[in-house]
Design a protein around this ligand. Sequence first.
Ligand SMILES: Nc1nc2c(ncn2[C@@H]2O[C@H](COP(=O)(O)OP(=O)(O)OP(=O)(O)O)[C@@H](O)[C@H]2O)c(=O)[nH]1
Ligand SMILES: [Mg+2]
Length: 282
Amino acid sequence: MKLSVVIPARNEAETIEATLREITTNLDRKGIDYEVIVVDDASSDGTAAVVDRFGAESARVRCLRSQLSSGFGFAVRAGLEVFDGDAVAIVMADGSDDPSDLILYYELLEEGYDCAFGSRFLPGATITDYPRLKLTINRVVNWGIRMLFRHRYNDTTNAFKAYRREVVEGVEPLLSNHFNLTVELPLKAIVRGYSYAVLPTSWRGRSGGRSKLDLREMGSRYLFIVLYVFLEHHLSRGDYRRRSMMRASASRRQPASSAPDAEPSGDRATQPAHDPAPPPTG
Ligand SMILES: Nc1nc2c(ncn2[C@@H]2O[C@H](COP(=O)(O)OP(=O)(O)OP(=O)(O)O)[C@@H](O)[C@H]2O)c(=O)[nH]1
Ligand SMILES: [Mg+2]
């Protein structure tokens, strides 16, 4: 299974090289086939030049200058349009995500799960230097999402996740242009019926550069996309659920349908998938 790693990066010249070094070292050590696509749209600090230099040493790493407008969601979507792996992981450029968790995601997908999700709020997870206000908002928003969708997953808003290619195709069309894409992808994957497993992950605050997330600007956009997926789930009569896609591609699929109940291996406990309540059927 080839893994594509999509890294949105805006003004991350201070951190991107270390992030790339850690990711490539870990994936090389495991002998995983991979590519890394750093998507830069509007950096003014030479981020792309740093990535290009790294790419000259490592043919698996490249910088994509997004043709779309600037914004987190646009950048990730630009990467999702061009990746050529069997699965894709979205990883931050600022070194917050732990590459050893990336390996565990890969293993979960290889076991047959459609999606591998992390949680920074499960026993076994570590979280370092998370700003207090952001943490409070994070817990409230994730609680609200859990109540609305009636699932047990408690870190929907974290962008660091991995998906099989058929999930990326199955959650189209993507609407979020900004950070709200971080919830659109997993929520759609869940309500459209893809399997997922959750494992505790590590997260640390950025060591350089500046945050791009402006919570004041994002609130209404998060609400919009959460309500949109909620309405799709309850009112669309299952039109977008995975089963219609499965009929079309049954011959190509891995036998993943029973995977959510399987006990995954590995040294960390995973929380198996739980579908939200089934949508109304016609
Ligand atoms: N290409 C691109 N990348 C972006 C954009 N906005 C954010 N990113 C990247 O998205 C990732 C997440 O952004 P951060 O600024 O780290 O957001 P955050 O994690 O909530 O904030 P911190 O707590 O400071 O880490 C980083 O890799 C950013 O460089 C954008 O407009 N374009
Ligand atoms: Mg960050």
